[in-house]
Design a protein. Structure first.
Length: 120
């Protein structure tokens, strides 16, 4: 049985430095999970979500897509499901699940508040 993979899905930017926190998150996550972790971007950066899913498809049997957005706006509610549905059509034997936006994940807001308050 193949293991599962994780794709951290972010917006993207013209400024390559914008991606540094996402790269740091992916690096930290790789130390904690058994399976590949990659980044994917909606626009302006590579890889795209399609490219990331296609790259992982031969390595894993399941992919968790985690939107690294503080809230579930249009990109998370509309664009992401459309992109994942297209990927599911291309990779019928691959399980691809979308998790809630990172800001909706239990503990994330509390962790951010602790850091901002100087207690994290």
């Amino acid at each position: 049985m193949k293991r599962g993979g994780v794709i951290l899905f972010a917006h993207g930017s013209r400024d390559p430095g914008w991606a540094r926190p996402f790269e740091a998150l992916a690096s930290a996550l790789r130390k904690l999970v058994d399976g590949p972790v990659t980044l994917a971007y909606l626009e302006r950066m590579k890889p795209s979500l399609d490219e990331a899913i296609d790259a992982l498809a031969g390595q894993v049997s399941a992919i968790r897509v985690i939107p690294v957005f503080l809230g579930p706006g249009g990109h998370v509610k509309e664009d992401l499901p459309r992109l994942v549905q297209s990927a599911r059509a291309r990779h019928a034997s691959l399980s691809i699940e979308i998790e809630p936006a990172i800001g909706d994940q239990a503990g994330v807001i509390d962790a951010l508040a602790r850091v901002i308050a100087g207690k994290g």
